[in-house]
Design a protein. Structure first.
Length: 506
């Protein structure tokens, strides 16, 4: 065994994240680590990486007992970790980020030489990215590649990938998998955390399932199938999965409203930091309808969605909600018209990091009458009530509404953000990659929510990177390319290949 973790226990206050967990890793394999949101996956790996200290337990590395007090200790042993959220310094280039923190290196001296060896490393395992561009300007998928190279550059023999594919589309995952297989050929071991069952089936030699801080079981490649994996993660629930390992949710026939809930006419928006702008985009979205939006990242979707929520960004054309223009309104005024929004980058854009769950749930609703006392002060009792309801309904894994949101697991933060959208009445839900980082049971729940909004006669604008998800639950799919609308597909015309072509502008 390369690593053996024995009887690992870790509690955060009253939350027992790991309850005497035994976990061993054999050399040269891709070892999947699965489990629902909050199961303890990240915590277990943070302990192995020296980021958290365990309360008790033992770790051996290549048969020797070791004490890992800090990431430096882990790196010295040859353990590298790519975290769930990027840890790169945005103002530095890829090369600077990779060299940063390597021992005994002086940044200014040997940077040229180091650049060459980084380049060589990239070529060896088939990962490529711009070395000299500030990381701030790069999309999430590339940042994850840089982090992998950084770990290798530091001499990692065991690489922990904590949800490295969250922001990757299918083809990017395939690329990453190729590189990971090259690592395996070189004798490197990989721990792979993901919620996407189809990725597990394609990549993992063995899988361990964690459940509420305990090991539920381990399963070998030869015995793996999608039903078995889902069953292991969610013993008590009966989740039906599709061919592509998505939770199966039905889209029943539904009549759409006579007039549109959202009308976009000749919309123009200036380019954001990482992409193109929006140019002359027009479409209508009706009540009783889910309009999916498909595109390759960097093609204006972020700007489109941004302009709906921040009308000051509209540079030309018009956006109407229920017939009334929203130009010139503030975000809160847009919300007051029954529009709600769940952003893609949940931590940067979605939450008050230093706030409690309660403060975050009423964020965006804080102007609503029922959350106000004397029209002026926030009525915290009402806020607490609404929050408890959200925690309950969305099965947010937490001790209570006054818990700091940043202490929740990644998936549970996402549940709070989605739940918040449904605290008040809505006529239009605008949602960007809502299922990112969610376990399959929560994905099922979110899918059902989108369908419920639609069945209730309200409208959903669903921007999503996963085409399989979009095709399962959209009534129509709009495709954006280079800031323009390339066409809208009706449900009975859905064809993955055709939509894919439109997405690349063909
Ligand atoms: N720094 C912390 N302070 C308090 N509680 C924490 C902290 N880190 C994790 N927890 C708690 O420990 C439990 C396990 O969290 P962890 O992040 O390990 O889950 P996970 O399996 O990685 O989930 P996800 O799939 O959502 O990322 C959760 O209940 C979480 O709230
Ligand atoms: Mg995690």
């Amino acid at each position: 065994m390369l690593v053996e973790m024995k009887k690992i226990r870790k509690a955060f206050g009253e939350v027992v994240a790991l309850n005497d967990v035994d976990f061993s890793i054999e050399k040269g394999r891709i070892h999947g680590l699965l489990g629902e949101n909050g199961a303890g996956k990240t915590t277990l790996m943070n302990i192995l990486y020296g980021y958290y200290q365990m309360d008790r337990g033992e770790i051996t590395f290549e048969g020797q007992p070791v004490r890992i007090h800090s990431p430096q200790d882990a790196i010295r042993l040859g353990i590298g970790m790519v975290h769930q959220l990027s840890t790169l310094v945005p103002e530095f280039t890829a090369v600077e980020n990779i060299i940063l923190g390597t021992e005994g290196q002086k940044l200014s001296f040997s940077i040229g030489g180091q650049r060459q060896s980084i380049q060589k490393l990239c070529e060896e395992i088939g990962l490529s990215f711009p070395l000299q561009v500030k990381v701030r300007e790069l999309p999430a998928g590339i940042k994850q590649k840089i982090e992998i190279i950084r770990a290798l550059y530091r001499g990692a023999r065991l690489i922990i990938l904590d949800e490295p594919t969250t922001f990757l589309v299918e083809s990017e995952f395939e690329q990453l998998l190729k590189s990971v297989k090259k690592l395996i050929d070189q004798g490197i071991t990989v721990i792979f955390i993901t919620h996407k069952i189809r990725e597990v089936l394609k990549s993992c030699d063995i899988v361990t399932v964690l459940r509420k801080g305990n090991i539920e079981g381990q399963i070998d490649r030869t015995e793996m199938d999608r039903e078995k994996l889902v069953k292991m993660m969610f013993i008590e629930k009966d989740i039906k999965v599709t061919e592509s390992a998505l939770p199966r949710v039905q889209l029943p026939p539904c009549t759409r409203s006579e007039s549109p809930v959202l009308s976009v006419r000749d919309l123009a928006v200036e380019a954001g930091e990482k992409g193109v702008g929006v140019n002359k985009v027009s479409f209508d979205l009706y009540g009783g309808e889910i309009l999916g939006v498909a595109s390759v990242s960097g093609n204006g979707v972020k700007e489109l969605v941004g302009a709906l929520i921040h009308p000051s960004r509209v540079k030309g054309g018009d956006v109407r909600v229920k017939g009334e223009s929203i130009r010139g309104l503030s975000t809160l005024e847009v919300f007051a018209r029954g529009v709600f929004f769940t952003p893609e980058e949940r931590v940067q854009e979605g939450i008050l990091t230093e706030g409690t769950i309660k403060e975050n749930v009423i964020l965006g609703h804080h102007g609503e009458k029922r959350f106000l006392r004397h029209n002026l002060f926030i009525n915290w009792e009402e806020a607490a009530k609404a929050t408890r309801k959200t925690i309950d309904e969305y099965r947010v894994y937490t001790p209570g509404e006054d818990f700091l949101i940043k202490r929740l697991s990644g998936g549970n933060i996402q549940k709070v953000i989605i739940g918040r959208a449904f605290v008040g009445p809505i006529c239009l839900l605008v949602t960007h990659n809502p299922t990112i980082g969610l376990d399959i049971s929560s994905v099922e729940f979110i899918f059902q929510k989108l369908v419920d909004v639609r069945n209730h006669g309200d409208a959903v604008l669903w921007v999503n990177d996963d085409l399989d998800e979009l095709m399962m639950l959209s009534d129509r799919i709009a495709v954006m390319h280079k800031g323009e609308l390339k066409g809208i597909f009706q449900r009975d015309q859905f064809d993955k290949y055709q939509i894919g072509l439109a997405m690349i502008g063909a």
